[in-house]
Design a protein around this ligand. Structure first.
Ligand code: SAH
Length: 250
């Protein structure tokens, strides 16, 4: 008996739908998602795809009706439940828009649970476009096959971030002026965590002192070279994921 091909084929598109899915649920799509499926992926009636809703999980689905600009898809059966995403927050000062969009996309791919933009004194950007950041994170989730979206916090003032810091969450403070070794810090601290990355201009002396005064803060180094903020974000998240996250190839 030839093995039944994996259904839906891995090559079939994965689409996030922001409404609760269930077996047999039919979703009418128009606008950009419909354009993507109809024109880019050229799906026709009967075509397979995967839907996820950031609530219950991934569903094998089928196109049940299609015309030029709209289509209806039906969730057939649950393929896998919603992911358990490692409990890591990425707290980062906003940097130039394209680069911050890129950081949001990498946070999604790398498995970050919550993305917290932090307004620090030297951040060159004092507002963020939530919609854009969320769109980048959704697109990355569709591509990397995560089915629990990262949470996106509002732009959080630096003082409020520290004042409201959760008691049980370690804050791996990436301090370009020098901190301890990351590996050692990981061994010493299990449990919910966050990494904190400053803006292109770095943290002020006052900010640096305020972070170090936080009981949960663990100053860590990302090596002897000064990394760009976006590079530092990816490096720190990757180190944590490999040491404490879900990268140990279970
Ligand atoms: N303009 C500053 C550097 C800021 S780099 C200066 O020249 O000193 C942007 C952010 O990336 C920093 O705030 C820090 O959070 C992180 N970062 C960059 N290089 C790092 C390193 N070698 N160790 C720890 N954190 C680093």
């Amino acid at each position: 008996m030839p093995a039944t091909p994996a259904w839906p084929p891995r090559s079939s598109p994965r689409l996030f739908v922001d409404e609760p899915l269930a077996e047999g649920a039919e979703i009418a799509l128009d606008g950009p998602p419909a354009h993507y499926l109809l024109k880019v992926m050229r799906l026709a009636e009967g075509a397979p795809l995967t839907l996820f809703d950031d609530r219950s999980g991934d569903y094998a689905a089928t196109v049940v009706a299609a015309d030029k600009r709209r289509l209806t898809v039906r969730a057939e059966r649950l393929l896998r439940p919603r992911d358990e995403v490692p409990d890591l927050w990425l707290c980062a000062a906003p940097i130039k828009r394209q680069r911050f969009d890129w950081v949001a996309e990498k946070a999604s791919e790398l498995g970050v649970r919550r993305f917290v933009p932090v307004a620090t004194a030297r951040a060159v950007v004092d507002k963020i476009k939530e919609g854009r950041l969320r769109a980048h994170m959704i697109e990355a989730a569709e591509q990397c096959e995560r089915n629990a979206l990262p949470e996106l916090a509002d732009l959080t003032p630096f003082a409020a971030l520290l004042a409201d810091w959760p008691g049980d969450r370690q804050l791996f403070f990436c301090d370009e002026r020098g901190g301890g070794g990351f590996r050692g810090a990981l061994r010493a601290h299990d449990g919910p965590a966050a990494v904190l990355i400053g803006p292109e201009g770095g943290f002020t002396d006052e900010e640096n002192a305020a972070i170090r005064a936080l009981p949960q803060a663990v100053p860590v180094s990302l090596g002897p070279r000064i990394l760009r903020a976006d590079t530092a974000a990816v490096a720190a998240v990757s180190l944590w994921m490999a040491g404490r996250g879900d990268w140990d190839g279970k």
